[in-house]
Design a protein around this ligand. Structure first.
Ligand code: NAD
Ligand code: MLT
Length: 528
């Protein structure tokens, strides 16, 4: 099959060449598209690659009937409606790291230019002036550098600051003190960062939590004369509050690469201020970074469409081609077990506990858990897939937990799934024999060894002589041929289960006849 991939905007030629060379990809390249233009054509595509100006919004995604993956050639995915993509089961990938150094260098360049009034000096000289006194600057040496968001870029900015004799402090609620210490950064509270910094450089993502993280309240807490750099995202700084703080002298200067609205309107309050310097979202604009992100996203898409590998996804666990090969039988087993359990005991689950024991516990089991959920909820939603299974479970209030036990008992690897529905609890376990043969090895505590395949009937019955004969007679009389028969019981004369693989689906009439056998407590059809 050929997958249609649309690239919007200027993707470096090295990346386009990789997409063009892929035998299973048919490539279309268009300029940046507006929402309506993209909505009108997106239905035809399986893959979409965007930079920051094309915005796959909720409306675009609603029209994306065939879309499997959106690739962002860059870091920030705030131009993509990720929740809407997740809802539709579309993988969203970015290229973390491809432009990290470039952007950190740009932030640092802005900080130096800001400290020494380089753009203002340039313009002044171009205007025929010689204003040496007016543009006296400050040193970076011995100053406190506040890094807001100590991720990939923030960490490098702190490192470059140290090289210049600055003292980096950082605020990041998701970073441990030890990890910060390894980067040579003193981890502080947000208020301390505002109070102590001579320079603040912002490097968080734009999220509802970080929008206007540097606003009126923050400026009130800052050291007088602080200088601020934003090379992350417009919207992190409240621009109106920044203009006020600059005019009041609380903030001595600001350097901005990004704006709430890009490009900013001509009457923007910050554009007229002499102590603010700007670049038009150039953070990632170096030849090296553009090639890095283009090549990275192109390879990620080719891998995705060729082997199913997921790398750099922001809404699904990453699975390399290699890991996928290793995980494949477990993912298949997980889906079969989940599906078996949902059909046998009900999909209206409230709790799911999955235990991985033995060798499988050493793997990244998140894709297997997704597969179990896909299996369990099969037929209950037409948007269900491996990307959104956890989200759909969460939306339904299903509590999902995973545990791992590295020591193996009876099987080299065992996946056990326990579920709770309104009508009770159930458990199913499965293992893989000879590296590839899937088996169900336990159903509600009954040990057995069944191939999870095709049409099956699960009968729970009293362990009384002749019962199995009666069940088989009903099937035989109704031309339902038995392919395999698996039996399980705990003790003689108690309750037993019969798992019967049949060559055709048992009709409603056959199911009713089975239910009429007094020793049959329950009979369910299962299709795997
Ligand atoms: P990253 O994910 O590696 O780092 C972001 C850090 O922010 C993480 O450590 C995270 O824990 C932290 N964080 C999250 N919420 C926070 C909060 N409430 N307070 C403090 N810290 C918080 O991302 P990155 O690759 O370093 O990118 C950082 C930013 O730079 C992003 O906004 C990205 O979009 C932007 N960016 C801009 C350009 C550009 O052209 N100007 C280029 C690349 C990246
Ligand atoms: C990013 O998030 O990668 C940058 O904003 C650069 C870009 O716009 O592509």
């Amino acid at each position: 099959m050929k997958y249609k991939v649309l690239v919007c905007g200027n993707l470096a030629e090295d990346g386009l060449a990789i997409l063009r060379a892929a035998e299973n990809i048919e490539l279309d390249v268009k300029p940046e598209l507006k929402e309506d233009e993209l909505t009108a054509i997106i239905g035809a595509y399986h893959g979409l690659v965007v930079r920051s100006d094309t915005k796959p919004t909720e409306k675009v995604i609603a029209a994306a009937d065939n879309l499997k993956v959106i690739g962002r050639a860059g870091t920030g995915v705030d131009n993509i409606d990720v929740p809407a993509a997740t809802q539709r089961g579309i993988v969203v990938m970015n290229t973390p790291g491809g432009n990290t150094v470039t952007t950190a260098e740009h932030a640092f360049a802005l900080m130096m230019a800001l400290a020494r009034n380089i753009p203002q000096g340039t313009y002044s000289l171009k205007a025929g002036k010689w204003e040496r006194k007016k543009y006296t600057g400050v040193e970076l040496y011995d100053k406190t550098l506040g890094v807001l968001g100590v991720g990939r870029i923030g960490g490098i900015v702190a490192n470059r600051g140290t090289a210049f004799g600055m003292h980096p402090i950082g605020y990041d609620p998701y970073l441990t003190k030890d990890a910060a210490a390894k980067l040579g950064i003193e981890l502080v509270s947000l208020d301390q960062l505002f109070a102590r910094s001579d320079f603040i450089s912002i490097h968080t993502p734009l999220t509802p939590e970080t929008r206007h993280i540097v606003g009126k309240d923050a400026f009130a807490k800052m050291k007088k004369g602080v200088r601020i750099v934003n090379c992350a995202r417009g919207g992190l700084i409240d621009e109106v509050a920044l203009a006020e703080a600059l005019q009041a002298g609380t903030v001595a200067g600001a350097a901005l690469d990004v704006f709430e609205q890009e490009p900013p309107p001509a009457d923007h309050p910050l554009l007229g201020l002499d102590n603010v310097i700007y670049t038009p979202h150039l953070g990632a604009s170096t030849t090296e970074a553009q090639v890095n992100v283009a090549v990275a996203i192109a390879k990620q898409l080719v891998d995705f469409f060729t082997t199913g590998a997921i790398f750099g996804a922001v809404n699904a666990p990453s699975v390399s081609g290699e890991l996928l090969t290793e995980l494949k039988p477990y993912v298949e087993l997980g889906q079969k077990l989940g599906s078996f359990q949902g059909q046998a005991f009900g999909s209206n689950v409230t709790r799911v506990m999955i235990e991985y024991s033995g060798a499988v516990a050493n793997l990244d089991t998140r894709p297997i858990t997704q597969a179990v959920l896909v299996g369990l909820m099969t037929g209950t939603s037409n948007r269900l897939n491996f990307v959104n299974a956890s989200l759909i479970a969460e939306e339904r209030g299903i509590s999902v937990s995973e545990s791992k036990n590295r020591s193996a008992k009876d099987f080299a690897s065992l996946i056990s799934i326990w579920t709770e529905t309104d009508s009770g609890e159930s458990d199913v376990a499965g293992a893989i024999f000879r590296e590839k043969d899937l088996r169900i090895v336990r159903v509600n505590g009954f040990p057995l060894e069944a191939i999870p395949k095709g049409n099956m009937l699960l009968c729970t019955n009293r362990d009384i002589p002749g019962t199995l004969g009666r069940i088989c007679a009903v099937l035989g009389e109704n031309s339902v041929n038995i392919a395999r028969l698996y039996l399980g019981r705990k003790e003689m004369g108690g309750t037993a289960i019969s798992l019967i693989q049949v060559d055709s689906t048992a009709s409603e009439d056959v199911m009713a006849k089975l239910a009429e056998i007094p020793e049959v407590l329950k009979a369910r059809r299962i299709q795997l």
